[in-house]
Design a protein around this ligand. Structure first.
Ligand code: A3P
Length: 296
């Protein structure tokens, strides 16, 4: 019962070359042995890239019309289990995923590509990767770490900024994560790589692309319903989508549905930080085919 989660702040440690906290590694063997089914859909992201937004879009696309009671009774974190997360006696994303009654099963992970359980590849599952520009991703992650007690302590903004550039973050370096998944896309056709900024710019267009990737054709009514349901303000007030039922998160410090904007980094980065970021970015992001937008 995740409502009862009340846990001490974890420390980062090196796990197969990636900084992790124990809540996402304690069930490692079982998670690695997860038995994916061919119609499972994996939603993969670096934390705070738009996981919940895309999860909710998919949930509405598949179940928005058939099970209306789902919309008012099951929180998003139970509809789309977080495979990596394990808190003994309280929460096992793997068990939740195993027991999902729906088809397809929608499953969420923040793993870098090399950590994904092998059955997803063997079963040739569809995978949706959502990426967000590094500046906004950093800002969103910072606020999240201040309010969520299963995350490592956030510390000051300036130290957080340095830590992000160094890649000493939970789930590792943002640069490695977005690049690793981007490379995978070149050899694994059933990977749909999408961007938070595109979703923000034109949600309808991105839903159409998702449907074409998923082989779904939806009615204009359903599309309207999805578009309205996944608007930021509607998700923010939707108790089944806004995480308000989870006690590990202190929404008085920072709400889960915080701003939902592209370019909020401008309210956080100093001029010097922005220059340092851009300089460092040029060094690390050499692949000209992977392009992020810091504003739209
Ligand atoms: P901000 O902190 O910038 O507001 P995740 O779901 O991966 O944890 O990502 C959370 C981020 O996505 C938060 O960003 C949150 O506000 C934003 N988000 C969630 N739902 C959204 C929506 N419907 N529209 C725009 N942004 C959304």
């Amino acid at each position: 019962d995740p409502e009862k989660l009340n846990v001490p702040r974890p420390e980062l440690f090196d796990f197969h070359g990636v900084p992790m906290v124990h809540y996402f590694t304690d069930n490692w063997e079982n998670v690695q042995n997860f038995e994916a089914r061919p119609d499972d859909i994996l939603i993969a992201t670096y934390p705070k890239a738009g996981t919940t937004w895309v999860s909710y879009i998919l949930d509405l696309l598949y179940f928005g019309q058939t099970s209306p009671e789902r919309q008012t009774s099951i929180p998003i974190y139970e509809r789309v289990p977080f495979l990596d997360l394990f808190v003994p006696d309280v929460f096992s994303g793997k068990d939740l995923a195993d027991n999902l009654p729906t088809t397809p099963r929608l499953i969420k992970t923040h793993f870098p590509v090399q950590f994904v359980p092998k059955s997803f590849w063997e079963q040739n599952c569809r995978i949706i990767y959502v990426a967000r520009n590094g500046k906004d991703n950093m800002v969103s992650f910072f606020h999240f770490d201040t309010m969520n007690s299963i995350e490592p302590e956030a510390g000051s903004w300036s130290s957080y900024f340095q830590r992000f550039l160094k890649g000493n973050m939970l789930y590792g370096s943002w640069y490695d994560h977005v690049n690793g998944w981007w490379k995978k896309k070149q050899t694994y056709p059933k990977l749909h790589y999408m961007f938070y900024e595109d979703l923000s710019e034109d949600t309808g267009r991105e839903i159409d692309k998702l449907c074409s990737f998923l082989g779904l054709s939806i009615s204009p009514e359903l599309k309207k319903k999805v578009l309205s349901g996944v608007q930021f303000d509607n998700m923010k007030k939707n108790q089944m989508a806004n995480y308000s039922t989870l006690s590990v998160m202190d929404m008085k410090i920072s709400p889960f549905m915080r701003k939902g904007k592209v370019g909020d980094w401008k309210n956080h980065f100093t001029v010097a930080q922005n220059e340092a970021f851009d300089e460092d970015y040029k060094e690390k992001m050499k692949d000209p085919t992977l392009h992020f937008r810091n504003e739209i």
